[in-house]
Design a protein around this ligand. Sequence first.
Ligand code: KG4
Ligand code: ZN
Length: 336
Amino acid sequence: MIVLGIESSCDETAAAVVNDRRQVLAEELFSQFEEHKPYGGVVPEVAARAHLEHLGPLIEATMRKAGIGFADLDGIAATAGPGLIGGVIVGVTMAKAIAAVHGKPFYAVNHLEGHALSARLSDDVAFPYLLLLVSGGHCQLLVVEDIGRYHRLGATIDDAAGEAFDKAAKLLGLSYPGGPAIQRAAEGATDPVRDLPRPMLGRPDCNFSFSGLKTALRQRVEELRPLSPDMVANLAAGFEIAVTESIADRVKRAIAAARERMPNLTALVVAGGVAANQRLRTCLAETAAKANLPLVAPPIRLCTDNAAMIAWTGLEHLKRGETSALDFAPRPRWPL
Ligand code: KG4
Ligand code: ZN
């Protein structure tokens, strides 16, 4: 089985072809980073236009690299939400058009399900597993019980983890996107700030919160101004440590809660752009090991937004005979 996947829900335009042997036959990605950089964040109208401009040629390049034609496909999958609606409409419309013209099945993929199933493409992880999804737009803990069966244990009550990194970087005068900039700055820390709050520590639920930590950081920045490079490094490291410890504590809670539902939990899986953070990875590996669970962290290109996970998710559904109607309406909001 061979499926073409399209991703256009945020600021990456992407296409990929995968098969049911878990091989990515080809993938192409255009990052709109430069388009949005002057604004310090993603501008929806700019994103939609860029998707429209780049998606067609990108799909052609992907098919060429895979060495196949549309007639060889067993289906076309596209992110149909949640996300910035202009971009989602571009991707879904393109997928439907290819499906209609070539008489192929179409599958409307929930972007979050794409993240949830990416570890099955990279590592063939068996159900049920615990997923920590930490990106710029999402921050949640899910028990992935089966295809189409997801139980949300907790989510952020304010900012997403990536959003917190981005806002903290701005406070520290670092570049956008903030996560990689904070990680880089933190590497030069000589004496990380230790007394920033660890949000939600010890709470009995599995929710996240980062706005209090951000406020504490802002106050500290105001007290210390003007910031020397050394202070920036120590604050960046302090912030990174606080976020990491907070997330690890939430994950520890979630492992216990997940095991109450599913005693045969197979793994802790991490996905989303923040999963690129080295300190977080190290800390999660320790948390998982203490709970006697393997930590599965797919390669970074599969953790951030990509089309291979969308193609794979479409494939998992299409393999079960599930398809979407060609009048499926894209959904800006679409909880799993
Ligand atoms: O999954 P993603 O590429 O896009 C979506 O938000 O859907 O995630 C992007 C987020 C940004 O907020 C970025 O700052 C964060 O992931 N990020 C990181 C790192 N690399 C990217 N956060 C912390 N440490 C990193 N190394
Ligand atoms: Zn995403």
